[in-house]
Ligand binder design. Sequence first.
Ligand SMILES: [Ca+2]
Length: 283
Amino acid sequence: MNASEERKSTKKVNQTKLEKKGRISFLKKLKKINRKRLLSQTVATSLILLVGIGAMAQMGLLPYIDKKTSKKYGWFRTELPQNVTNIWNPFANPPPNPTLQLPKEYIYAGDRLLAIEENGGSNQNNRTNHALATNGGTATSSSQFNSNFPPSAANNGDRKGTGYATPDGTWTDGTSGVFPDWLQVEFNGSKTIDEINVITIQNGYTNPIEPTETTTFTSYGITDYQVQYWDGSGWVTIESVTGNDKVWRKFTFTPITTTKIRVYITGAAYGLSNVVELEAWGS
Ligand SMILES: [Ca+2]
């Protein structure tokens, strides 16, 4: 390469560099313009949205609760039914159907049955176990084996007797081989009831199953007893049981109004009276 050719080549390289630089600065300019345009577009859209939402709010077209009447409104002033609480969805239009109800609702605290609510249209029949401690029932007994077998184990809502030999497990009397024994539950005032459930201890009490009315025992359950209610001056027997081998006995009867019930026990498979749960169902 001679000197002239060399100069030409250098010139060409420099020219390419300049061209590249120009292109890059042009791209930079273009990016800047796009960024500016995007920014202004975003600002404009946001403003339009804000103004739009503001206008809708002014006209009462957004979901809101009228503080004066406590009425709920969805989009576009759609009035939502009064009784809608947790299923209220402001984005639903039309609103969700609030009359959706289960025919029966079982109300639990953990695995303990507190109440059964029956929703039968106009014939509503809500059931409550008034014996339950959490419903105001207080259990007492003629005696108790020790502090791990208290009467309160028999109105805690657990029919299995989970936690044997702990205060939650089962009530056991303290006069082995001597009868009668009794377990009483006093309600929180006067209650109308039409069903009493007596649940005694099952054979496998250390690993108990959920009993049914067909579950039988052979070892430690109560065999002879009377189910009674207080009529204001004395105990009246509702049902008398002899030779029982069922873990769970359900007694239904014409509704009675009373302040307390009891199980009056005169015989048991092992000489000790064990009651896992005593329930009193009514309205
Ligand atoms: Ca219990």
